[in-house]
Write a protein that binds this ligand. Structure first.
Ligand code: ARG
Length: 290
């Protein structure tokens, strides 16, 4: 029960006691008529307050938005030391929604399960550096774009890997996160064309696991295809580096369930509003300045 609910219950109890005291006094004076009157007033009051309290509760649920993400993608979404999920996407959507009076909760879900979770109402919005693609537009609605990206190839620093062109990837084990545009690029450009054997294509649930494998060494995975701003963020830690850029011209958008035009309009309005404030610059500074 929330604070509001507790207050209402205490108030009702107080009214009951008051009614009892008053009625006891009245009984002493034996004025039955007044007792009935007071009792009905208390009853009506209780009903009114109860109704208000209940509507307060349902309103609170309606006002709650569940944000789904895959917290393996710095600086867009990742876990802080205390395990809370933060990042450019997350902070941005939280700001947009809380400014419009919503309460928010962030849920960490596998990237591949985000769209199904949205379609089955387990979450209300996806904030996961998700690229707006034709295929996804068949399944969800996207907000206006909020960030641009390409793909990049990451390798471990100090290992004898020589990748200077897309063709060179065929000599190594290549990894990507299942369900991503990076995964689709490897699949369509390398595997489907016979350039890379499917045995040399490794799918990961999390990009953080892919990078962890990369750092273990080429016996696990030799190269990872991943969104360029995220490759940059991993490379800044020093163990891995970018050896190739793959120009894919992607735009990230927040996704809502198909037909949820009301929430989509609120997100777009909020995005435009936030972009016009210093909050936007501070966010860029916080997550992209290095
Ligand atoms: N932008 C790419 C895509 O939409 C990768 C996104 C991965 N996001 C994540 N949070 N792991 O497919």
């Amino acid at each position: 029960m929330n604070f509001f609910g507790v207050t209402i219950v205490l108030l009702l109890q107080y009214l009951n006691i008051t009614a009892l005291i008053i009625s006891t006094n009245l009984r002493v004076r034996s004025i039955m008529e007044n007792k009935k009157k007071i009792f009905s007033i208390v009853l009506v009051l209780a009903m009114v307050i109860g109704t208000v309290a209940l509507s307060g509760c349902t309103q609170e649920d309606e006002n709650k938005i569940i944000i789904g993400t895959s917290a393996d993608f710095p600086p867009f979404e990742f876990k802080a030391e205390d395990q809370t999920i933060i990042g450019f996407d997350i902070d941005l959507i939280k700001k947009i929604l809380t400014d419009q009076g919503y309460t928010v909760e962030v849920q960490d879900i596998g990237f591949d399960s985000l769209i199904p979770s949205l379609q089955t109402d387990k979450i209300d919005v996806i904030a996961a550096a998700m690229t707006i693609t034709e295929q996804r537009l068949q399944e969800v609605d996207f907000s206006d774009p909020y960030y641009d990206a390409n793909q990049a190839v990451l390798v471990k620093v100090g290992v004898p890997i020589n990748i200077t062109s897309i063709e060179d990837l065929k000599n190594y084990t290549v990894g990507a996160q299942t369900g991503t545009t990076g995964w689709a690029w490897v699949n369509d450009t390398l595997v489907a064309t016979g350039k890379l054997s499917s045995d040399n294509f490794k799918s990961y649930d999390l990009y953080t696991d892919a990078v962890a494998d990369l750092i273990i060494g080429p016996e696990r995975v030799g190269a990872i295809v991943i969104d360029s701003p995220v490759a940059q963020a991993f490379a800044e830690k020093g163990n891995v580096k970018i050896v190739l850029d793959i120009i894919t011209n992607e735009n990230y958008g927040f996704a809502v369930k198909k037909g949820n035009t009301e929430l989509l309009a609120q997100i777009n309005e909020g995005l435009t509003a936030v972009k016009a404030t210093t909050y936007w610059d501070d966010l860029i500074e916080e997550y992209f300045a290095s």
